[in-house]
Design a protein around this ligand. Structure first.
Ligand code: GH3
Ligand code: MG
Ligand code: MG
Length: 442
């Protein structure tokens, strides 16, 4: 009902304008400015009325809009168009007089609570649980909607919120680029037809921004306009949907794009052999987690873990056997820590584990448990040609360091590294705690 009310307010205001424009057109059917004003007016209605139980109004507005386009292309006589546009305005007038369909008492088909009749106005669907990917909690996807028509924008906004997205609607196309750059959303829904700003050009500018190169852009186009779809794809858009659209379709399309992008992002931050995070991503997360821990005064422990005498595995069983051991070890590590902890391949046969919200004493227990489990495992590995199949067993050494007051990521890393070195020097297959500067964490 709220969106319908907004639609009616806009319709009423627009109608006064449109009547004036039509007055001009009645006198001078060739007046381009007046016809343009009417085309824009009907364009808005065509895009939204159908989604608000006003299908007939939407269809007649679409016809009026197409008629204006026909005049521009020289296919329709201007005087004829002016007459039909007048009829279109009469249809708008009748709608305004009849009032909101959701509130109409004589609407026998509508349920007692008229709002429920429209899928758009139904209460938002239950938000699906937040997905966990490799321990990193994913926030709800953020979508920026650029649509100069506030009614259309509200309809899309309502769909998106109902589907569990966080959406920002931008009705001022001139600000759109700034809003998108500031938000860096996961996806953009872009109206093609807007005053002053060309949706295609806006898309090109979004694409040119380094942080938005891969952000999916979905164009909202006119029904059946193949030219607009093609231009949208050429401008760097990934998809299009025609107004008026089915909310379920929009949400399904957005989900499919987000899934594809999510899979690509995941590929970029993981190590191909072990499937745990790569060095580059670890550095980024380490910095983030360190800053967060410092801000909130939380514990953070870093462990560096290295396979003992790994060269012997490669030398004795071949490189593929070494690979199998590494990938087995990575799985064991990921299974041994909490989902919020970060396990990464730090180097060749060296792993980094970030234990979030964990102090050094509990981390020492966790790492020793890992060390014991590794030593007990027999990993089946492929053999050199001609050799009998064998199980291989390895041990690991680890160095630990906890975040201190006045610490820095580099200093923490250095202490963990020194502790690992000490573990190796002391005979391997052990966990060593890094030297603490002697101050309590703050
Ligand atoms: P230490 O106990 O002192 O750590 O001895 P180490 O033999 O494990 O250490 P070193 O650094 O001398 O050797 C590490 C070896 O790991 C050398 C390198 O060829 C091997 N390596 C690095 N990355 C991979 C990989 O992806 N697959 C395989 N199979 N081997 C790898
Ligand atoms: Mg080693
Ligand atoms: Mg090494």
């Amino acid at each position: 009902v709220e969106i319908q009310q907004l639609f009616f307010r806009e319709l009423e205001a627009g109608y006064a304008w449109a009547r004036e424009a039509h007055g001009v057109l009645a006198e001078a059917p060739e007046d381009t400015a007046a016809r343009d004003a009417l085309r824009r007016f009907f364009h808005h209605i065509a895009g939204t009325a159908g989604s608000l139980q006003l299908e007939v109004l939407g269809a007649s507005a679409a016809l009026c809009e197409e008629l204006c386009n026909g005049v521009e292309r020289g296919e329709v006589a201007a005087a004829f168009a002016a007459r039909v546009l007048g009829e279109g305005l009469t249809a708008v007038e009748a709608t305004l007089a009849a009032g909101l369909p959701a509130l109409r008492p004589d609407d026998a088909d509508a349920p007692a609570d008229g709002a429920a009749a429209s899928p758009l106005l139904a209460p938002p669907a239950v938000v699906e649980p937040v997905a966990l990917v490799g321990g990193e909690e994913r926030e709800a996807p953020r979508v920026v909607v650029v649509d100069d028509d506030p009614v259309s924008g509200s309809i899309i906004d309502h769909c998106l919120r109902g589907a569990g997205f966080v959406s920002t609607v931008c009705t001022n196309a001139d600000d759109a680029l700034a809003v998108i750059v500031a938000e860096v959303p996961d996806l953009v829904v872009l109206d093609v037809v807007m005053p002053h700003v060309d949706g295609f050009e806006l898309c090109r500018r979004v694409r040119a921004h380094p942080a938005l190169q891969f952000t999916p852009v979905i164009f909202v186009t006119r029904q059946g306009d193949v030219g607009q779809r093609v231009r949208g794809l050429e401008a760097g858009g990934n998809d299009y949907i025609a107004k008026p659209f089915a909310p379920r379709e929009l949400v399904a399309r957005i989900r499919s794009h987000l899934q594809r992008i999510g899979a690509l992002k995941d590929l970029a931050i993981r190590d191909g052999l072990t499937r745990c995070y790569n060095h580059k991503y670890f550095k980024l997360r380490f910095e983030q987690e360190f800053n967060r821990a410092r801000r909130y005064g939380l514990d953070l422990t870093l462990a560096l873990l290295d396979v003992d005498h790994f060269k012997r595995v490669n030398d004795g069983h071949g490189h593929p056997a070494g690979d199998a051991v590494l990938s087995h070890l990575a799985s064991l590590l990921m299974a041994s820590v909490r989902s919020t902890d970060v396990v990464a391949r730090y180097g060749g046969e060296e792993f980094a584990i970030l234990l979030v919200h964990a102090g050094v004493s509990e981390s020492q227990v966790i790492l020793n448990r890992i060390r014991e489990r590794v030593a007990l495992q027999q990993v089946p590995v492929p053999q050199l040609p001609g050799a009998l199949p064998r199980d291989v067993s390895v041990t690991v050494s680890a160095g630990l360091a906890g975040r201190q007051f006045d610490d820095s990521p580099d200093a923490l890393l250095q202490r963990a590294d020194a502790a690992l070195y000490a573990a190796k020097a002391a005979g391997r297959n052990r966990v060593v705690l890094g030297l603490e500067p002697g101050r309590a964490a703050g």
